[in-house]
Design a binder for this molecule. Structure first.
Ligand code: UDP
Length: 241
């Protein structure tokens, strides 16, 4: 089921439902885009029409940030938050089980290499068909190499909205592939960045842990999160976007 939040359709899958549906898309002979959405991305879409269109056209939009879960709750929808990093990791396992090749694009060269090595050690039967760091200039070269790799799961970690725009470009060039913007996931899988302890993940306050560890992130969360919640209340009571 899809529900509307601030003018955008959000998918309300359970975690397993989302990965099962995404695996079906991965097997299809077309490119599908998964956006893992957070409150900052709604702000971005307000001023960036191209990004807004990408959100409207994505095959799956899943609620990543706890802010989106709160926003949907205010509108009366009780949905599971699906952390992009967990979703992407599960898709890697499902791809390995189904003999579907995987591509990793993004992050610093040593980070993406380490992430690929760790994943190969951890996931049996994993076929990583393409690895590319995120600091390339020639999009055409990367898209060409990606096409030749035959990858079916393509994880793109360039930060938002860069990764979503790269995926949009790829959609018009590649014959197939499930493409997911995964933000800082390669940093986590490489061991470069530590994930918040499970208790923070369970309570949905990973952002608090990350902010304490990296105080410069404070600027990214405030005032974004409270303003986002205010916008949702406005939508609820005034029907405004
Ligand atoms: N990145 C990249 N190319 C760029 C800018 C960023 O590959 O031109 C990578 C960066 O190294 C990091 C990821 O994109 O691995 C973005 O992480 P961030 O934590 O900012 O993502 P978000 O908070 O959006 O999930």
């Amino acid at each position: 089921m899809r529900v509307k939040l601030l003018g955008y359709e959000i998918d309300t899958f359970t975690f397993d439902g989302a990965t099962e549906y995404a695996l079906e898309l991965e097997k299809e002979d077309k490119v599908s885009q998964v956006v893992t959405i957070n409150p900052e991305m709604f702000d971005c879409a307000k001023i960036d029409k191209e990004f807004a269109q990408i959100l409207n056209e994505a095959e799956m939009v899943i609620p990543d940030g706890v802010g989106v879960k709160i926003g949907l709750k205010i509108l009366g929808h009780n949905v599971d938050r699906i952390a992009g990093v967990d979703f992407a990791r599960k898709m890697i396992e499902l791809s390995a089980k189904n003999n579907l090749p995987v591509a990793l694009i993004g992050a610093k060269p040593e980070v993406v290499q380490l992430a690929a090595e760790n994943l190969k050690n951890e996931v049996e039967n994993l076929n990583i068909a393409y690895v590319q760091d995120g600091y390339f200039k020639d999009d055409e070269r990367v898209l060409d190499e990606l096409k030749n790799s035959g990858a079916r799961l393509i994880l793109v970690a360039l930060g938002s909205p860069k990764q979503e725009k790269f995926i949009k470009q790829a959609k018009s060039v590649l014959p197939f592939g499930l493409m997911v913007g995964v933000g800082g996931s390669f940093d986590v899988w490489s061991g470069t960045v530590e994930r918040a302890p499970e208790i923070y993940q369970k309570l949905g306050i990973e952002w608090l842990y990350r902010t304490v560890k990296q105080p410069e992130r404070f600027k990214r969360i405030f005032p974004t999160l409270p303003l986002f919640v205010l916008r949702v209340f406005k939508e609820k009571f005034c029907g405004d976007k």
